[in-house]
Design a protein around this ligand. Structure first.
Ligand SMILES: Cc1cc2nc3c(=O)[nH]c(=O)nc-3n(C[C@H](O)[C@H](O)[C@H](O)COP(=O)(O)O)c2cc1C
Length: 366
């Protein structure tokens, strides 16, 4: 059997990942005051034994008002940093998997209830709610409380909070940082002509709409050690006529690459309630393919990638350099083991589980 492309190592900004499977960031809505706890140790602990090439920690808010919900993880003070350090110590004691953290600000989509409680926006004067901010005072849903339009001081505060969280991430020993520029959260809100109606140098033309996300990227890049990668997650399109689209994404990707971005993770949607998402297997792969044609940094495809051959084909045909997995790896946290067994490759796994291999699987661990 020829060596599968999915299990070839890859250079990610100077970091060598053992294979092309990255676990996408997944909010757990289980923190208290931004602090991780034993849930995160259990959740990240088992994903860190999955054999993936890298594990991305969930959207981590750079300030309390940047949380999607009151139970989001944060990294804005010594208490949130100490709670995260404890979880990482536990994970690292038993896994050598490279760890990335996604730094985020939810913008106008902050101050919401937990998804399993309906996920509705919580009014600023209700318990667990706060006033949201955005490029312009336009609510995501017309029924929502409108966000406050950020002034320059507010933008600088948030940019500096991203940089401070990147410094804390460096201290925590993260191998990489991913900046969250997707899914209708703050940086995406600046990019999109639908949510950004500013008349200053941060709104209007594509160059102006990209300005704040690029400033945040630069601040994070400068704050995180130069020998460790910083990447960006984007929505390749918001699936709405007249909105952020793949052509603008490619321009943005080139700007990021010129600034030292190590990789780009291409998701989609989340910016506008009118979105019509053609969800289906590999539905975002064409977006990754388009970005890949525009840049030379590694591109990650994500979204309903569930099959081993499906993932192998995406990498082998060059549609993307890596695949991101979210729901499928929650459902089957040993997905990379099973992919390796099916495709004839090996993964890093714990010695304690060596006796688990069924007859015919052979020596699965590298
Ligand atoms: C429970 C859950 C939490 C998520 N949290 C985040 C997040 O923190 N940041 C992010 O960029 N995307 C988040 N996503 C989106 C996933 O990273 C991924 O892009 C999406 O689910 C599509 O991949 P999939 O089809 O493999 O699930 C989340 C998805 C799920 C299911």
């Amino acid at each position: 059997m020829s060596s599968p492309a999915l299990f070839q190592p890859i250079d990610f900004g100077g970091l060598t990942l053992p294979n092309r499977i990255v676990i996408a960031p997944m909010c757990q809505y289980s923190a208290k005051d931004g602090c991780m706890n034993d849930w995160h140790l259990i959740h990240l602990g088992h994903l860190a034994l999955s054999g993936a090439g890298m594990l991305t920690i969930e959207a981590t808010a750079v300030e309390p008002e940047g949380r999607i919900t009151y139970a989001d993880v944060g990294l804005w003070d010594d208490a949130t940093e100490a709670a995260m350090a404890r979880v990482l110590e536990g994970v690292r004691a038993w896994s050598s998997m490279p760890l990335a953290i996604q730094l985020a600000h939810a913008g106008r989509k902050a101050s919401c209830d937990l998804p399993w409680l309906g996920g509705a926006q919580i009014a600023p004067d209700a318990p667990n709610g706060w006033q949201t901010v955005a490029p312009s005072a336009l609510p995501f849903d017309p029924a929502d409380n409108a966000p406050a339009a950020l002034d320059r001081a507010g933008m600088e505060r948030i940019r500096d909070a991203f940089a401070e969280a990147a410094r804390r991430s460096a201290r925590l020993g993260y191998d990489a940082v991913q900046v969250h520029g997707a899914h209708g959260y703050l940086l995406h809100e600046f990019l999109s002509p639908l949510s950004n109606r500013r008349t200053d140098e941060y709104g209007g033309s594509l160059e102006n709409r990209m300005r704040f996300p690029l400033e945040v990227f630069d601040a994070v890049r400068a704050a995180f050690p130069a020998d460790r990668p910083v990447s960006m997650r984007v929505s390749g399109t918001e699936w709405v006529e007249g909105g952020w689209d793949i052509e603008q994404t490619c321009v943005f990707a080139r700007e990021l690459e010129a600034r030292g971005c190590a990789a780009i993770n291409v998701s989609s949607g989340g910016g506008d309630i009118r979105q019509q998402i053609p969800a289906g297997p590999s539905f975002q792969v064409p977006l990754a393919r388009a970005v890949k044609a525009a840049v030379s940094m590694p591109v990650v495809a994500v979204g309903l990638i569930t099959g081993f051959e499906q993932a192998e084909t995406i990498v082998a045909t060059g549609d993307a350099d890596m695949v991101g997995l979210a729901r499928t790896v929650l459902y089957n946290p040993r997905w990379p083991w099973h992919a390796a067994a099916a495709l004839g490759a090996k993964v890093h796994g714990p010695d304690q589980y060596r006796r688990s291999w069924p007859r015919g699987v052979g020596d699965l661990f590298a």
